[in-house]
Design a binder for this molecule. Structure first.
Ligand SMILES: Nc1ncnc2c1ncn2[C@@H]1O[C@H](COP(=O)(O)OP(=O)(O)OP(=O)(O)O)[C@@H](O)[C@H]1O
Ligand code: SF4
Ligand SMILES: [Mg+2]
Length: 331
């Protein structure tokens, strides 16, 4: 990676106390992303993608315990005061959620929300903020932006609302955008438009982006690097073209086979992978994927494979029997 490192997640774990015992939602994750680069984070529902993004943003549930370091632009976010974090969020790190209604205020007009964000973070005057708001709406493909500024979120379609949420996220020129399943709640026809919009703005602004999805198909061609998560861990990490050319982890292969059908409901188990992910309150001894892995051998049930470098330095996987060259042949 030639760009300087912007975000470095180091040994991050998130534990949540539950009535069933401790739930390890994120388990010793290490990730880096360079300025202006894109990272896809892919995995099934419940594998810890959102908890990881919340750990980066320091927006975890109150009872959660976070360990490890989150270095962003030279600062450890875990150690920042709430006021410093509040300034950083929105200004330097922005987020787009799956459901735009999560980030939009239903009782304020779109204009008020955009203008307030610009005034708070960029200290623009009222007129300049209004002008900039209309420009931002136009940039995210919203027709008649001046009129839209006077509307409320419920007056817009789901796709238009997500465009507004993206405009607000981009308004302060963040260095990093985290997009957590930004299209899962949208119509199939709108999904590609929103993903293309994010990709275009990411390139144009030289902004780093973490694109979180359960669909391996979404990150293909839209990211520089992919981290595949399973049961709270990163189990394979590689530059995107390398991953698709030569995936080594049986779980990644299963995800590829399970690229969701366009009409599948969000958060449904992936049909092509038999069984379910392990209960995160009951850690299993060996490889977490072993109960579902068609290549599992005795060692897989005894020992936990660690994420290690493969023959290429930038390709890591956590598997005792990685797939060799052609899919379906294991070592
Ligand atoms: N507030 C919470 N309290 C306790 N456990 C939680 C909470 N939120 C999530 N979890 C659990 O943490 C684990 C990781 O959840 P997370 O939401 O990060 O998964 P995800 O990969 O984002 O899934 P999805 O694709 O459905 O969004 C899951 O086992 C989930 O049940
Ligand atoms: S370590 Fe074993 S069980 Fe785990 S993914 Fe690799 S082959 Fe499958
Ligand atoms: Mg999620």
């Amino acid at each position: 990676m030639s760009d300087p490192v912007l975000l470095s997640v180091e040994g991050v774990a998130v534990d949540l106390p539950t009535p069933r015992g401790n739930l390890r939602a994120v388990d010793q994750v290490d990730l880096r992303i360079g300025a202006g680069r894109t990272l896809g984070v892919v995995g099934e529902s419940g594998c810890g993608k959102t908890m990881l993004s919340r750990a980066i943003l320091q927006l975890l549930p109150r009872k959660a315990r976070l360990s490890g370091r989150v270095m962003f632009d030279g600062q450890d976010l875990v150690r920042l005061e709430p006021e410093q974090l509040r300034k950083l969020r929105g200004r330097s790190i922005a987020v787009v959620f799956q459901d735009p209604m999560t980030s939009l205020n239903p009782v304020l007009t779109i204009g008020t929300q955009l203008i307030e964000t610009l005034q708070e973070h960029l200290e623009l005057g009222a007129l300049a903020a209004k002008k900039r708001s209309a420009e931002l709406l136009a940039a995210v493909g919203i027709p008649a932006p001046e009129q839209r500024l006077m509307q409320y979120p419920h007056q817009l379609s789901g796709g238009m609302r997500q465009r507004v949420a993206i405009a607000i996220a981009l308004s302060c020129e963040p260095k990093l955008l985290i997009a957590d399943e930004p299209t899962t709640a949208l119509d199939v026809t709108v999904q590609a438009q929103i993903l293309d919009l994010l990709a275009r703005e990411q390139r144009r602004r030289h902004m780093a982006m973490i694109l979180i999805t359960h669909d391996l198909g979404v990150v293909a061609g839209r990211t520089d690097e992919v981290a595949v998560m399973y049961a709270g861990r990163v189990v394979e990490r590689a530059p995107t073209p390398e991953l698709f050319k030569r995936m080594r982890m049986p779980y990644t292969e299963a995800l590829l086979a399970a690229i969701p059908k366009i009409d599948a409901a969000p958060h449904t188990p992936l049909p092509a992978i038999s069984g379910r992910p392990p209960d995160p309150t009951r850690p299993i001894q060996g490889c977490s994927f072993s109960p579902r892995c068609r290549y599992a051998a005795s060692r897989c049930f005894r020992e936990k494979p660690l994420l290690a470098d493969a023959d290429r330095l930038d390709h890591q996987y956590a598997c005792f029997h990685p797939i060799q060259v052609a899919a379906g042949i294991c070592a």
